[in-house]
Design a binder for this molecule. Sequence first.
Ligand code: DX5
Ligand code: ZN
Length: 214
Amino acid sequence: MTKLFPSLLAADFLYLDKELNALEEAGVDGLHFDVMDGQFVPNISVGLPVLNAVRRGTNLPIDVHLMIEEPEHYVEHFANYGANMISVHVEATSHIHSVIQKIKDKDVKAGVAINPGTPVSLIEPLLSIIDYVLVMTVNPGFGGQVFIDSCLEKVKYLATLRNELNLNYEIEVDGGINENTANKVIEYGATMLVAGSYFFQQADYSTAAKQLKG
Ligand code: DX5
Ligand code: ZN
């Protein structure tokens, strides 16, 4: 069954507590927590103090997506603040293997994220040691962008590789997920969907969650 992780970036931060309760009631599988540094991406979002609040507000698994340069300096902090999963961008560090090791050493699930312009081949040597691949289907930095269709082939290729290599990493897809694109990514092999603006615009989160998971 496909998992759904709504992206808190599109939640109403004034009523974060209510949002967290509503998400739990809607039966989502976890929360996606986007961290942006104004360097790796042209936007700044939230960091450790907000993660600390969210951790106290929910028992749902928290998937931290680090869109920051040199994540090696921060992964331990995000783990200490309660992340259950942490993904780092292969484009943001010269030491991707060691960052993944640092995440795993904290008993947190480790993911590697790739931008729309980054080929899967760049992360093939990592597939046997990671828990998930995050395929960006928009250029990272902002919610509400249009899904980039050409990224679908990467999802398919990752699903094929997983079978061929007998591995079991999750394939997470992030960016532009709505009622039309969700079906497509699932068909191509995605196992975890992130949905921000589309999901939080729906009046009933429960119905939205069921609809997106297919
Ligand atoms: C974009 C973030 C996404 C974002 C998705 O840089 O990584 O997680 O919140 O938002 P939507 O679903 O609106 O594209
Ligand atoms: Zn994200």
